[in-house]
Design a protein around this ligand. Structure first.
Ligand SMILES: [Zn+2]
Length: 389
């Protein structure tokens, strides 16, 4: 049985203080797991489970726009516009099913309706079952996740179990990445990891356990509203005509959608690139063989560390003023955006300590552990799998 656990939100620097106890228990580790850009949950999880990047899985952020209408498409609770067979077929669940192997998946983003998962518990379905509020609700969601995970391991009914714990990320946004509330939750989740390890040891079957975080967190100091800036600019009319728009849900980067010519887009990018809040505006050049999608942004605007971007428009009130901590920045520029990874198991070498790997390497590495073919653009982590005698 192979088990993949995602702990949402702790940066590798936050995890460092706990890494030693796992290493002492026999885990191998990768200090820094380079995340996606934007460094947001849905993009990172899509990359981890497919081994592909945004240009292939089209999950560029937690929120997208439908280019033809500028309709916002929040992916929370999943959305059929993107959560469809084209995405599901890229996942490791599909490759496992094609090899007659079974999967159990708990609270992983964008899995609704994935027909290749044998037992699926979506985050949205669990949230509907919960009566509690605030911090209690956060703990209840992860309580469901740990019970389901231990149940799946003890049942011995699945070849692959993939679970995501959400509590640290939620409390970090609300209270701060180093707050008592967030750190207490992280410690609870790492206890869950130990419970999972123990359950696998007691199961009597061969297993591998891989644990990672999808991104880190950074403190918020200032806010930035690019649609409001466009409304005061020479592009006011194009904004009102729904030809251009920024979208993002309170993060350190924003997607830019445009139906204008590339030359015009470049002028807009140059205009924003001059601003002190902006780190760099990346044009998304279409790669050869990439298919057309109206969900594809024209560019991604990375903001400077501690700046939170929001997509409010005209007279809308800001939603994220209470946000204490966020992510989304380019992981090569804001180091805190990167996560961690640890692993242990029968098919994995002990005592390995790597400096850094990419989050996209997770899917091909798990595929290699299963000895199955998984087509994707990333490659597996070298030299961590034991050669079979
Ligand atoms: Zn996340």
């Amino acid at each position: 049985m192979n088990v993949l656990i995602s702990v949402d939100g702790p940066s590798y620097t936050t995890f460092e203080r706990y890494a030693g106890s796992f290493i002492e228990n026999g885990f191998s580790s990768c200090k820094k797991l380079i995340t996606t850009f934007p460094s947001v949950t849905f993009t990172a999880h899509a990359t981890a489970i497919t081994g592909n990047h945004g240009n292939k899985h089209l999950v560029y952020d937690n929120v997208l726009l439908r280019g033809s209408t500028m309709e916002q498409v929040p992916l929370y609770g999943d959305h059929e516009l993107i959560c469809n067979d084209e995405l599901h077929k890229q996942t490791l669940f599909h490759s496992l099913a094609a090899s007659s192997l079974t999967s159990c998946c708990i609270h992983w983003p964008l899995t609704s309706g994935n027909p290749y998962i044998n037992h699926l518990v979506t985050e949205s379905s669990s949230k509907k079952r919960i009566q509690a509020r605030d911090i209690d609700a956060v703990y209840e969601v992860d309580g469901i996740a740990i019970r389901e995970t231990l149940g799946a391991i003890q049942s011995n009914a699945y070849d692959f179990v993939a679970t995501r714990f959400v509590g640290y990320d939620a409390l970090s946004h609300q209270h701060g990445k180093d707050s008592v509330e967030a750190i207490h939750c992280l410690e609870t989740l790492l206890d869950y990891v130990n419970d999972i390890h123990r359950a696998l040891e007691e199961s009597g079957t061969a297993y591998n356990l891989i644990v990672f975080s999808d991104h880190g967190q950074s403190d918020v100091r200032t806010f930035f509203y690019p649609n409001k800036i466009l409304a005061q600019s020479v592009w006011q009319q194009e904004l009102l005509n729904n030809q251009i728009r920024f979208v993002g849900d309170g993060s350190g980067s924003m997607l830019f959608y445009s139906s204008l010519e590339q030359e015009q887009n470049q002028k807009i990018m140059d205009y924003f690139n001059e601003m002190t809040e902006v780190s760099h505006f990346y044009a998304l050049v279409k790669l050869e063989g990439e298919h057309n999608s109206e969900l594809r942004p024209a560019g991604i605007m990375d903001l400077n560390d501690t700046v939170c971007g929001e997509d409010i428009f005209a007279t809308e009130e800001p939603k994220y003023v209470g946000l204490k901590s966020l992510h989304g920045y380019h992981p090569h520029i804001v180091d805190e955006m990167n996560g961690f990874m640890i692993w242990i198991g029968d098919g994995l070498k002990r005592g390995v300590q790597l400096e850094q790997q990419s989050i996209g390497s997770i899917a091909p590495t798990v595929a290699k552990l299963f000895g199955i073919h998984h087509p994707c653009t990333s490659t597996e982590i070298k030299d961590i799998i034991r050669e079979l005698k």
